[in-house]
Design a protein around this ligand. Structure first.
Ligand SMILES: *[C@@H]1O[C@H](CO)[C@@H](O)[C@H](O)[C@H]1NC(C)=O
Ligand SMILES: *[C@@H]1O[C@H](CO)[C@@H](O)[C@H](O)[C@H]1NC(C)=O
Ligand SMILES: *[C@@H]1O[C@H](CO)[C@@H](O)[C@H](O)[C@H]1NC(C)=O
Length: 242
């Protein structure tokens, strides 16, 4: 292999890696239809202070009562759930699903409100209100725990289900606070994630109504490593929620 071939190969691999990590794209405005079997994909910004960019799928058939809200980890954004096919799959199964870009990620501008624990909970609550999400099941991987945990602890009565995937910030809450949360919870993590996942598990298992699923041969971003297993486990949990 010549040097230029090797350089080209290296560049190709780097590009693939960048795509894999989900580079933030140019700002997207308004809403557009997404061409897929019976799936309409919308996108836009919530109104008011700290606008949040979202992607949303609307189920055309047999809409389920529950609505799935997907947050994201540090190297990702709402785009990840489109690339992975999670949004489309949920729509096909009759769920309305919304993926958000957290402030400072993807197409959402940074927000001062995100500096405090209370601010993060309020910001998320306002985004859900703005999007008229009423029966939320919250999916929260990794970094998004900064938002999801304060929201869970303060506003669990607004959550019909919770799917933490090795979220940060679980250590900040007491047993008493966890015990008060009756929200059905699916604690999901990758077998190879031996640090954050286990720390989160230690705290989250204090939640009174939880089940635990460990995805084999998957790391911290287990939904990327084993998307089929992830989708199956998520749908099974959703389909069995009251
Ligand atoms: C799309 O809609 C058509 C007709 O409404 C239906 O027959 C088909 O099964 C749907 N496809 C999917 C993937 O849901
Ligand atoms: C957790 O608590 C520590 C100490 O009170 C604080 O500095 C930190 O910001 C908190 N982290 C989160 C994610 O709330
Ligand atoms: C626990 O969660 C499951 C759904 O995962 C639900 O069917 C059940 O009613 C819940 N149990 C209690 C005691 O709330």
């Amino acid at each position: 292999m010549s040097r230029s071939q090797a350089a080209l190969l290296g560049l190709g691999l780097l590009l693939m890696l960048l795509l894999y990590l989900g580079l933030p794209g140019p700002p997207e405005q308004g809403s557009w239809p997404w061409a897929g079997p019976n799936v309409t994909m919308l996108a836009g910004l919530t109104s008011g202070d700290s606008p949040i960019f979202y992607r949303e799928v609307v189920p055309l058939h047999r809409p389920h009562r529950l609505e799935v809200v997907l947050l994201h980890g540090k190297a990702f954004s709402s785009r990840t759930w489109e690339q992975l096919g999670t949004l489309q799959l949920l729509a096909q199964r009759g769920y309305r699903a919304v993926a958000l870009d957290l402030p400072g990620f993807g197409n959402s501008a940074p927000s001062k409100e995100a500096n405090t624990e209370e601010g993060r909970a309020k910001l998320l609550e306002r985004a859900l209100g703005d999007l008229k999400v009423q029966n939320a099941v919250l999916v929260s991987p990794s970094l998004s725990g900064y938002y999801a945990l304060p929201f869970l602890i303060r506003g669990h009565h607004q959550l019909h289900g919770f799917v933490p995937i090795a979220p940060v910030s679980t250590q900040n809450y007491t047993q008493e606070q966890f015990l008060a949360v009756k929200t059905p919870t699916l604690i999901l993590y990758g077998e190879l994630d031996r640090i954050l996942a286990l720390q989160a598990l230690r705290h989250l298992r204090q939640l009174p109504n939880h089940s635990i699923v460990k995805l084999r041969n998957a790391g911290h971003a287990c939904y990327l490593h084993k998307p089929q297993d992830f989708h199956l486990v998520l749908l099974t949990f959703l389909d069995n929620l009251p």
